[in-house]
Ligand binder design. Structure first.
Ligand code: GDP
Length: 632
């Protein structure tokens, strides 16, 4: 007896483990604590792999949870969490950063271990990297120009100073020749964009405040960003040459934001400058170095493969992909195999900001690099890989991971309930865009401008992908999946991609003027707007008599009071001015014994309103139709 019972109990237990309640399929279950780690962009196939299940059965389970997905479709975190909970697993999604770390780890590149292994002897002092921020028109650009022109090396090199996204100047500080690196894109937008991508480039921020204008909204924004990033601030009180300049007032104002000048007992250095007349520039550089030395321990190991960040990149007609990278540690050399984001290649040539060839670049040195096969994005980290093959493989894996993550993000999660709901509510319409341009600046400018188009709430505009370079097969594929339109700004199709776009019916538009692109998109959005309808009254009839018919329902013997009563038009019934029946249709209409399609004002007729039988003498039947409202 006992033996039999326990056997049955065991079987029940086993069945419970094997068969989830949903769909009655067999899936190995976890105990609620079992952890499954998945990369972002994973599919049911990947999940099935981890728990040793049949992917098809996971599709079934998910279906019973109200989600439809194919086995190799990328799913988002929430979906996996729901599925995991149902099956007794704790699903942990690996972040893009962690994933990239793991990816590099699989190529035996462990950046954390590398840093940890560095001892004091390995580290040498490196120049600070500075970003200039502040309110518009307070003189950021002018100040960057002034600083650039103080550089003695620039004069000696004789090269024309080019804008490559960053430059280095040298200055003598306490008898020592020191370098400072400046990021040549003023403003906190670039700073924040890079930080959003996980790249902390800036060591010190120069906050420019015009002495004749004072603290303004972007001044506060900039200092908030710097403080949030834990970056020390040096204040440049600019335009002191101007009449009405009041440097003391700036110091006063900024105390409210925890920037207390040294002369007031604080620890922030304020320097009065005139970018225009080049006054106080040396003092400003001095203040930057003093702040760096006091607040930061800026050291890096120059004796290893280079690691850093891409600051700016574009596609040059003659030279191919050109990227300005800031080396953060190690030394970059011509011939190195590099990966920057999803771009890879071998360093073919390197130039400094004067267009002079540099054979190697150490920590905090910005250089323009030629030789990448594609254009990285600003803020992409770059590393030197052991060889070309590894560099290529890392780039390819990153690209695949990025694509998968993008797909997962884009998948519209509509459960069966949501779906009917969304239908009932009149679903939100989305215009998806892919933007490609010749330089990242143009792409960003276009995207910014497009996202500012105001078309009301019914239509949503989404940029699902943006990038620099020709329109590729990948772009067209993305557009196909998501019904997107591709905007090409000063770029063309890559080879053989045009046929693909044609075949897939993807709309690709080319522009060389930003405003044209914006106009077109705006028009497209207006065209896409769902038509708005308004009610147009057709006619009214007064009920004079009610004929009861068990066969046809009640018939209202009526007199048409205004307009025309049209068969099959929409109707409502009013009694003493109140609606007593709505959403009705004139289902039958008769003149005497004959069917009529319409009956005009002043004539009598019999009206049948289908199943609506609550008719009384003196009710008013109002008929109308919905007409599309023109938009302006
Ligand atoms: P940004 O928007 O912060 O980059 O400001 P700009 O560098 O473009 O400068 C804005 C305006 O202020 C320009 O007309 C400059 O010539 C002027 N400006 C900048 N610095 C000074 C200065 O030190 N003194 C005076 N008088 N004008 C300046």
């Amino acid at each position: 007896m006992r033996g039999r019972k326990s056997k049955r109990a065991k079987r029940q237990e086993f069945e419970q483990m094997q068969a989830p309640s949903l769909g009655g399929v067999q899936v190995p279950r976890g105990n609620g604590q079992t952890v499954v780690r998945l990369r972002h962009g994973s599919s049911l196939n990947d999940f099935a792999d981890k728990i040793d299940a049949n992917p098809a059965s996971l599709v079934t389970v998910l279906f019973h949870l109200g989600e439809m997905a194919t086995a190799n479709q990328s799913l988002d975190e929430d979906t996996f969490a729901t599925l995991g909970t149902e099956l007794g697993y704790q699903v942990e999604m690996v972040s893009a950063e962690e994933e990239d770390r793991e990816l590099l780890g699989s190529f035996s590149i462990d950046l954390d271990a590398e840093l940890e292994a560095e001892s004091d002897e390995d580290l040498t002092a490196r120049p600070p990297v500075v970003t200039v921020m502040g309110h518009v028109d307070h003189g950021k650009t002018k100040l960057l120009d002034a600083i650039r022109s103080t550089d003695v090396v620039a004069g000696e090199a004789g090269g024309i100073t080019q804008h490559i996204g960053a430059y280095q100047v040298r200055t003598v500080h306490e008898g020592v020749d020191r370098a400072i690196t400046f990021i040549d894109t003023p403003g906190h937008e670039a700073f924040t964009a890079m930080r959003a991508r996980g790249a902390q480039v800036t060591d010190i921020a120069i906050l420019v405040v015009a002495a004749d204008d004072g603290v303004m909204p972007q001044t506060i924004e900039a200092l908030n960003h710097a403080q949030a990033a834990g970056v020390p601030i040096v204040v440049a009180v600019n335009k002191v040459d101007k009449e009405g300049a009041n440097p003391a007032k700036i110091r006063q104002q900024l105390t409210e934001y925890n920037l207390v000048a040294e002369e007031y007992g604080g620890d922030t250095m304020f320097v009065d400058v005139s970018a225009k007349q080049r006054i106080g520039i040396d003092e400003l550089l001095e203040a930057v170095l003093l702040t760096a030395d006091a607040a930061l321990d800026l050291r890096a190991n120059p004796n290893k493969d280079a690691r850093g960040v891409a600051i700016e990149a574009n596609l040059d007609k003659g030279r191919g992909a050109v990227a300005t990278v800031l080396v953060q540690s190690g030394t970059l050399r011509i011939g190195d195999a590099v990966v920057a984001g999803t771009a890879h290649g071998r360093v073919r040539a390197m130039f400094d900001e004067h267009g002079v060839v540099v054979p190697e670049a150490g920590p905090a040195r910005p250089v323009q690099v030629l030789g990448l096969t594609s254009v990285p994005s600003a803020g992409d980290t770059f590393i030197v890989a052991p060889d070309d093959r590894t560099a290529r493989q890392i780039a390819e894996k990153r690209e695949a991971a990025e694509r998968a993550a993008l797909l997962a993000k884009r998948r519209k999660r509509i459960s069966l309930e949501d779906f009917t709901q969304a239908l009932a509510q009149g679903k939100v319409e989305t215009l998806n865009l892919v933007i490609k341009g010749d330089v990242s600046g143009a792409v960003e400018a276009l995207e910014d401008a497009l996202l500012k188009i105001d078309v009301g709430e019914e239509v949503e505009l989404r940029v699902i992908h943006r990038g620099v370079g020709a329109i590729t097969q990948n772009d067209v594929n993305l557009a196909t999946v998501d019904n997107a339109i591709i905007l090409g700004f000063n770029v063309k199709f890559a080879e053989r991609v045009e046929e693909l776009a044609d075949r897939e019916g993807v709309d690709v538009r080319f522009y060389s003027v930003i405003y044209q692109a914006i106009d077109d998109v705006e028009a497209a959005l207006k065209g896409m707007l769902k038509p708005e309808y308004e009610e147009a009254q057709l006619g009214t009839a007064e009920v004079r008599e009610v004929f009861r018919s068990s066969k046809f329902g009640n018939i209202a013997g009526s007199l048409v009071r205004s307009g025309t009563i049209v068969r099959n038009s929409k109707a409502r019934v009013l009694r003493n001015g109140k609606v007593v029946g709505d959403n009705l249709t004139i289902e039958s209409l008769k003149r005497f014994k004959d069917d009529a399609t319409e009956v005009r004002e002043g004539y009598e007729c019999g009206i049948g309103l289908g199943s609506f039988n609550d008719l009384q003498i003196d009710d008013v039947i109002e008929t109308f139709e919905m007409r599309e409202k023109p938009r302006n």
